[in-house]
Structure formats: C-alpha cells, structure tokens
Design a protein around this ligand. Sequence first.
Ligand code: HEM
Length: 348
Amino acid sequence: MSWLDERFGLSSVTQFLKNKLIPMHKHTIWSYTGSAILLFFVIQVLTGFILIFYYRPILEEANASVARIMTEVPLGWILRSVHSWSATFMIALLFVHLLSIWINKAYRRPRELTWMTGVMLFICSLLFGFTGYLLPWDDLSFSATKVGTDIPRAIPIVGEWVTKLLRGGEDVTGDTLTRFFGIHVCILPIFLLVLLAVHVYLIQKLGMSIPLESEKSKKKLKEIPFWPNFVYREAVLWLILFGVCLTVAIFFPPSLEKAADLMAPAPEGIKPEWYFLFLFQTLKIFPARLLFISGETAAVLLIFLGIVLFFFLPVIDNKPEERKGKIVRASAYLFILYALILTVWSLL
Ligand code: HEM
C-alpha cells in the first residue's frame, strides 16, 4: 500500500472518504439505492464481458449462439439469466432512486446537474434494455423491436428518418441486429460511463442532501463517516440483493423461442419489457385521431414533453416550499399511480 501510495497518493483518497460524512435522518434509507444500482451495473458489465465471447451478432447465428450459451457453455445459462435479471433489478432500483429523489426534492439547488445527469443515465439504462431485448433474435424480441422502432415514425418531420436510423433500413433485419449490438456493447457503455463519472463526481463534491424540514429548522443531524461505517451498511444490502438476484436467476432463467422468421406474421400479444408497459399502454389508449393530428403523434409528443419537463424538474421546482413545490411532489405520487394502473391494464 505504501508503494502505491507513494506513486498515486492513495492516502488522500482514503482520507477524503473518511472525512466525508453521511447525515442520518428518516430518509437516509433512500441513499442506499444509488450504490445498489452501481452494484447491478457492475454485474451487467462482468456478465456481459463473458457473454460477448460466445454471442454472435449476425442474423443467421444470433439465436443459435444464445441457445449454445444456454446448453453448452459451462454455466452459460446462469450467466445469461443473471445478466437478464440484474438488468431488471437495476431498472427497478432506478425507478425507486429517482422517485425517492423526486418526492424528497433532493434535486434542489445546488443538485440540479446531479438530477439532469441522472435523467440521462436513466434513459441510457432504458436503451440498454431496449437494444438488449433484440439480441436473442427470437420471434418475440423480433416482433417487439418491430413495434418499438415503428413508434418514432409518429414524430412529425424527423420520424421516418429516426425509424430508418434505428433499423439501419426500412425494416428490422440483420442490419438492425448488428446495429443494436453495437449500440448495446459499445456506444451506450461509453455514454453511461461518462455520465456516471459526472454524476458520482457531483455527489462527492456536493455531499448528500438533507431533508427540507431539517434544512428549514437548522437542526444539527447525526452524521456517520462514509468510510468505513456507511460502506459497511451498504455492503450488507449488496450481499442481500446479490443473493436474491442469483436465486431468482437460478429458478427463473429467461426463455428462448425459436429464431425469428422475417416473413412470418407477428405473434399474438407482443409486449415490451415490463418497464416500457405503461408507455406502450399510453400509446394504445389514444384515439386514432385527435383534432388535426393522429392519436399516435399526439401520444408521442406528449411523452416527449413529459421527458423534457422531467429533465428540467429542478428548474421548474425552484421554490420547493411554495405551492408549486407541493404540486410537484403530488405529481410524483400521481406518476406512480398512473404507471402502476397502466402497467396492470396492459397485462390484462
Ligand atoms: C446508472 C444510474 C445511476 C447510478 C449508478 C446512480 C448513483 C448514485 C449514487 C451512488 C448516489 C449517492 C447515494 C444516493 O443518493 O443514493 C446518487 C445520488 C443522486 N442521484 Fe443517482 N444514480 C443513477 C441514476 C440517477 C437518476 C435516474 C436520477 C434522477 C433522475 C439520479 C439523481 C440523483 C440525485 C439528485 C442524487 C443526489 C441525492 C442526494 O444528494 O440526496 N440518479 N446517485
């Protein structure tokens, strides 16, 4: 350690982590979600590294290579299952992380950029899910990607172009598969790592937020050192979450249907991954026409507006204690209710 310290100056980092204090209050529990997301991201990267040795991103071989991972590669089925389940855990935790920050208004000044990089991380993670879904190249993933990549067509002016860009042509073909693979294993990881570096830097720089009530009353909160006390607590949660993820992955490995047939009609009941269901249902509940635009265009524009508002939430909610602040908090609960109802509805 002293050899490394002499060269890298590691002791200044450990000193910084020891001096970093975590405020303890009734919302501290939500501060564990960020590092739990990181845990699942690391699992995604490690399992992805091994899957990439066996997966073949070309039309004729993709499905068979996944079948080989499931049946021939030693422990391949567990690797694929953990990769798939860990993605689900990561996205579920992302929802909890961002909703807790929304409700507790932890994005308030000076953490606006932490929130904004967070929203971009969230979008990146959803795109990871969307592009990864196609890779097994079976009937279901092929048809779901066809539906998914058709949605941007509803955007005025640039829609057609976006769909073509995503697909690498008019239709979902082998080119789409190779494109999605490149996005999944190269482009998104680069974006995510850069965003993550900024997100984590800002968290270190600004420290953890404290609840609005404590900020107002100026009451001194109890604090514990980040290293080792807080990290030990986090480690307990990591172990539990990893155990649960591994258990679920062993008992419920993801299925693999037969290879997609480009000419076959779309199977019944195509559904995206669970985290897209509420958006999928939103598109469905719109009427065919709404005034002078198609219902789908209206829905897509509305979703886009929602994302923009969401991104600028800390700017919109700049006086958290006033009436507007209360409306913003209520909107978080409304969003939870809306997403739950539409998800259940889409499954009926
Ligand atoms: C790959 C995704 C993400 C990772 C790995 C991540 C990681 C973290 C970590 C480790 C923390 C510090 C501990 C904590 O508060 O939990 C944190 C805090 C924070 N995150 Fe994230 N995050 C991610 C996505 C997001 C998203 C989607 C948002 C919001 C849209 C967001 C907004 C914030 C904010 C505002 C804080 C500061 C909270 C405070 O000071 O109390 N993050 N994040």
